[in-house]
Design a protein around this ligand. Structure first.
Ligand code: IMP
Length: 175
């Protein structure tokens, strides 16, 4: 079976939208510089582009989570593979995620981090697939709303492949 890639969001379009998100975030957080929490691995490219457009000082930490089951069918059980290096108590925390699909991962993460008593807790996601939700979840900032298609590139993978693509593409399985 061969796989074909169809670009649905070009690198230029992504860059422009990431710059707009950074403007908005810089404005909202100018009084209280945030701690950015990047969810590994898919959000690393988004994080690194986003933070270079920000006009406020930020700190960064990383978390790795995994849902049991296959990558294309989230099971809803979330496991923390790597936790934060520091306490977030009293901090203004902004979770940086690549994509919200069923909402299960971020729903869990937001509850988990909220229990650590940050001063504020928001979520920025580059992509949102609202038609796939299993639990209600509204990101505070969102780059693009996309239809129910499996996408790769710009950090997003299929079986750990395609993360390095500069554009976001739909993966078509050909006969
Ligand atoms: P959720 O818990 O179903 O919202 O899934 C979130 C995670 O599933 C994301 O952080 C991605 O790692 C993965 N995921 C969901 N949809 C896609 C996709 O279209 N391409 C690549 N990964 C995806």
């Amino acid at each position: 079976m061969s796989q074909e890639l169809e670009v649905i969001l070009s690198r230029e379009k992504i860059e422009q939208r990431v710059a707009e998100l950074a403007e908005e975030i810089s404005r909202d957080y100018r009084e209280h510089p945030p701690l950015l929490i990047c969810v590994l691995k898919g959000a690393v490219i988004f994080l690194s582009d986003l933070m270079r457009f920000l006009k406020i000082p930020v700190e960064v930490d990383f978390m790795a989570v995994s849902s049991y089951g296959s990558a294309t069918a989230s099971s809803g059980v979330v496991r923390i593979l790597k936790d934060l290096d520091q306490s977030i108590q009293g901090r203004d925390v902004l979770i940086v995620e690549d994509i919200v699909d069923t909402g299960l991962t971020l729903n869990y993460l937001r509850e988990n981090l909220a229990s650590r008593q940050p001063r504020s807790l928001k979520v920025v996601t580059l992509l949102d697939k609202p038609s796939r939700r299993k639990v209600p979840f509204d990101p505070d900032y969102c780059g693009f709303t996309i239809p129910d298609r499996f996408v790769v590139g710009y950090g997003l993978d299929f079986n750990e492949q395609y993360r390095q693509l500069p554009d976001i593409c739909v993966l078509h399985n050909e006969g």
